[in-house]
Design a protein around this ligand. Structure first.
Ligand SMILES: *[C@@H]1O[C@H](CO)[C@@H](O)[C@H](O)[C@H]1NC(C)=O
Ligand SMILES: *[C@@H]1O[C@H](CO)[C@@H](O)[C@H](O)[C@H]1NC(C)=O
Ligand SMILES: *[C@@H]1O[C@H](CO)[C@@H](O)[C@H](O)[C@H]1NC(C)=O
Ligand SMILES: *[C@@H]1O[C@H](CO)[C@@H](O)[C@H](O)[C@H]1NC(C)=O
Ligand SMILES: *[C@@H]1O[C@H](CO)[C@@H](O)[C@H](O)[C@H]1NC(C)=O
Length: 367
């Protein structure tokens, strides 16, 4: 009898421990899944399957990971990998991979594609890419697959509790508007009209994702493109000086993105949340005061700086710098993992300057 009582007490404590750990954020993801839409800043391998010049599935990309080159345009993990880690989600499969092999899509899918943009024409000189419009279509494909495992009620709850991470717009500038010899957009539109046109399309694309059932949106701003090594090292501009005219164009877009967030939060108050992720300010902070964040160099890339002076990405088997943790930029376009770690933490945990009107940890607890 005594021993049975002790067994019962032991069971009670075990059950209590299990229920405590079940409520722990680190073991139970606050989001049911994460769906990623975007460009090379978040592409985790979709372009490996395309005929494109915008690829990163060769060394030294991925040099600081155990998995090696995967197609990520980084020395290590990207913001969505690191944010996923914080949220307790496993690394996501790329959409193209899920269409070929039996990957588990329960925790979400990554649709992002290097060179892609809000406009279909963006990045076309680099070859195939999955445009934002096509990425929206691809979510529909995933949802059709999910319907095999969930009934409609559970599926809509599952999608409503998922995080949509959107990172688009950079290529509509660096692989469209700013390439005046290849694209006509800068002749057709002044920077304000162009930003308005981009936001109009972006709004439609976000609302299409909303129509498909997503309710929690993290919309990353475009970073200070006038400060990336690809821009600063060019032509007449002395190395290390940001191009203010390029940053001014990006601000036109970002300001309107923030207005869009206000508009949508008012329209869908209580049922959906749209967040403006201020990566522009976050990255500019780091570039303007790198040492405060532990960086030594903010105006040259760690890789791809040789004869092309930071105009292109890191080339196959090129030898990168050894102090990668101290470089803001990994290649001429993309931040290092160290920067993305800072951005992921600000997205999750940041103030209203970083995330407006709420941060990702607050998004997790809404509705
Ligand atoms: C996918 O993973 C989830 C969660 O771990 C699991 O419940 C489910 O059975 C898995 N599905 C497949 C098809 O393996
Ligand atoms: C839907 O959710 C309910 C309650 O969470 C569960 O009992 C049921 O098995 C689920 N149905 C399917 C088809 O997943
Ligand atoms: C949403 O509604 C609440 C109360 O109903 C209100 O306090 C809040 O300001 C509204 N938010 C927006 C963005 O309209
Ligand atoms: C959240 O913020 C606190 C305090 O600023 C910090 O110590 C912690 O590391 C942050 N968590 C994450 C996941 O970034
Ligand atoms: C962001 O996240 C932290 C930690 O979860 C929270 O304490 C803070 O209030 C949040 N929001 C803002 C606006 O700082």
């Amino acid at each position: 009898m005594v021993s049975l009582q002790m067994v019962c007490i032991a069971w009670f404590w075990m059950l209590l421990l299990i229920s405590v750990s079940a409520n722990d954020v680190s073991t139970v993801p606050p989001f049911s899944a994460m769906y990623v839409f975007g460009d090379s800043l978040v592409d985790n391998g979709n372009n490996n399957y395309l005929t494109s010049l915008a690829k990163a599935n060769y060394e030294p990309y991925g040099i600081d990971t155990s998995w090696g080159p995967t197609g990520r345009f980084s020395n290590g993990k990207m913001i969505v990998d690191l944010l996923g880690e914080i949220l307790g989600l496993p690394y996501l499969p790329s959409f193209e991979a899920t269409q070929i092999q039996g990957y588990n899509i329960t925790w979400g899918v990554n649709y992002a594609s290097a060179a892609a943009g809000i406009l279909d024409e963006t990045g076309r000189h680099l070859g195939q890419r999955i445009t934002f419009n096509q990425q929206v279509q691809n979510l529909q494909t995933t949802i059709n697959q999910l319907k095999a495992t969930m009934d409609d009620m559970n599926l809509s709850q599952y999608l409503a509790k998922s995080l949509a991470f959107v990172n688009h717009g950079s290529n509509d500038y660096i692989n469209n508007y700013l390439l005046t010899g290849l694209y006509s957009s800068s002749y057709l539109y002044d920077p304000t009209t162009y930003a308005e046109m981009l936001i109009k399309q972006y709004r439609t694309q976000i609302l299409s994702l909303h129509d498909l059932g997503l309710r929690k949106f993290f919309l990353a701003a475009v970073g200070p493109l006038g400060c990336i090594p690809n821009q600063v090292s060019r032509g007449l501009f002395p190395t290390g000086v940001c191009k203010d005219d390029v940053n001014a164009m990006v601000i036109l877009f970002n300001d309107r993105l923030k207005f869009l967030v206000d508009e949508l939060n008012t329209q869908y108050n209580g049922s959906s949340i749209f967040v403006y992720g201020n990566s522009y300010a976050a990255i500019l902070n780091i570039i303007q005061d790198p040492t405060a964040y532990g960086f030594a160099t903010a105006n040259t890339a760690c890789c791809g700086v040789g004869m092309f002076q930071g105009r292109i990405t890191c080339l196959p088997f090129e030898i990168p710098c050894s102090n990668r943790e101290e470089h803001v930029f990994w290649d001429a376009f993309h931040p290092s993992e160290a920067v993305d770690r800072n951005l992921a933490s600000r997205a999750f945990n940041g103030s209203t300057t970083d995330c407006y009107p709420v941060n990702v940890s607050q998004m997790a607890t809404m509705f």
